[in-house]
Design a protein around this ligand. Structure first.
Ligand SMILES: [Zn+2]
Ligand SMILES: [Zn+2]
Length: 419
């Protein structure tokens, strides 16, 4: 057996023997979920594990983030592997013995907390990968930077956090990784399968806040004021024509949604102002800027045509998750070998966002989806990520460990000329 085959077999054997531990870690994190920027227990467990493996560990990055370096025995590239750690304000409805009963305060409200996006799996998988690669460190042709990131779901209002803050605090410096890999467990894809997409894979996201300023009047005397409710109705419909009539959706899809309208207190008083909240999703940064400009025009000019004024404010911005095409093409054969050719496929674009996109703006990155839905489940019965009924078939976890470990090793071998 040649060296590469020998190493691959060793990885698979080590992953199989780690499966029980990874499942136990995942259940522990599942039972103790923590909201964004509050992942203190999780971070503590992660740091203790990485220190016990002999890695150099840095804690408190971007609030609760943990970053660790594993030095291989031979020179080679720096490969970053990333897991996110935060849970969501969702009350669990899944009937498992390790279901979450955790509660916390979010936005001033008492809420249930649940790993409804599966980040518990990501943490457990990356802890397993760290243990696996540490056990063969003398054979590694390069270095691995493990990134355990807080607040992927977005920091609480008024706070900073997530990938953007980790990058500002230097997670991609000293040493700078050559590439970054990350995965997401994904409902709707069967356990045992992997979905990926070269180029734009997940959407950009921007929150829009619109304020329409009219003039208060009696509901029986509308001509004495300027009605921001009717103007807001026109704005909502006007905004819907941006995607349907104004941008070339044959290039990339896009979404503009208004999710909240607030204005007025009773039937016969026309209020002064109306506030609206919405979200914009695109798969192309140029289209994103163009849609922003069109939103501004639509809002301001419709308001002006009715004698009102209106402002648009964009925030909570996340860029498009773009998988580096050459890197994706290079690494897909690894996934095919690990999962089996028939179980690796090109997935649809996802209109959700992922702050892994910030790393990909700085260095080439590849982000892929590991299926966690029990095989044979009807699509209509499958609760999506963020649902209180989000369910993970844990047989998928070992595939997560194997895929990340093999991606790292294959990439290092390709740069060391010893593949
Ligand atoms: Zn999520
Ligand atoms: Zn997520």
């Amino acid at each position: 057996m040649n060296q590469a085959l020998d190493l691959r077999a060793a990885v698979d054997a080590a992953a199989a023997s780690l499966e029980g531990k990874v499942v136990a870690w995942r259940r522990d994190f599942h039972q103790h979920p923590e909201l964004s920027n509050r992942e203190t227990r999780t971070a503590h467990q992660v740091a203790a594990h990485l220190k016990a493996l002999g890695l150099q560990v840095q804690t408190g990055v971007a609030h609760t983030g943990v970053v660790a370096m594993l030095e291989g025995g031979r020179p080679g590239p720096v490969v970053a592997l990333r897991a996110d750690m935060d849970a969501l304000p969702v009350a669990e409805e899944v009937d498992v013995p390790f279901a979450s009963k955790a509660r916390a305060t979010f936005n001033g409200q008492d809420v249930g907390v649940m790993h409804a996006c599966g980040h518990d799996c990501h943490v457990a998988i990356l802890m397993g990968v760290a243990e696996l690669l540490a056990s063969m460190k003398s054979r590694l042709q390069g270095r691995i930077k493990f990134i355990f990131q807080p607040a992927e779901e977005g920091p609480p209002p008024g706070e900073e956090g997530g990938a953007a803050l980790m990058i500002r605090q230097g997670v991609l410096d000293n040493p700078k990784p050559d590439v970054i890999f990350g995965l997401h467990v994904f409902a709707g894809v069967e356990a045992g399968s992997i979905a990926y997409r070269p180029g734009p894979a997940m959407a950009s996201s921007d929150r829009i806040k619109v304020t329409v300023n009219g003039r208060q009047t009696h509901g029986a005397l509308p001509w004495r004021g300027v009605d921001p409710i009717v103007i807001s109705s026109q704005i909502v419909l006007g905004l819907q024509t941006i995607v349907s009539r104004q941008v070339d959706v044959s290039l990339e899809p896009a979404v503009v949604s208004i999710g909240a309208i607030k204005g007025g207190v009773r039937d016969n008083i026309i209020p002064d102002t109306v506030e609206m909240l919405g979200t914009v999703r695109t798969f192309n940064e140029e289209m994103r800027r163009d849609i922003h400009a069109r939103i501004r025009n639509t809002v301001e000019l419709i308001a002006r045509s009715a004698g009102a004024s209106a402002q648009v404010h964009f925030d909570n911005a996340y860029p498009v998750t773009v998988n580096d095409v050459p890197l994706t093409e290079q690494m897909v054969p690894t996934l095919q070998r690990v999962a089996g050719d028939a179980r690796v496929f090109v997935g649809q674009k996802i209109t959700g966002y992922e702050d892994f996109s910030y790393y990909q703006q700085k260095i080439p990155g590849f982000f892929y989806f590991v299926g966690i839905t029990p095989p044979g489940t009807e699509r209509s019965q499958c609760a999506p990520n963020h649902s209180p009924r989000f369910f993970v078939d844990e047989s998928a976890l070992v595939l997560g460990v194997r895929s990340l470990a093999h991606l790292a090793l294959d990439y290092m071998a390709s740069k060391s000329g010893a593949g």
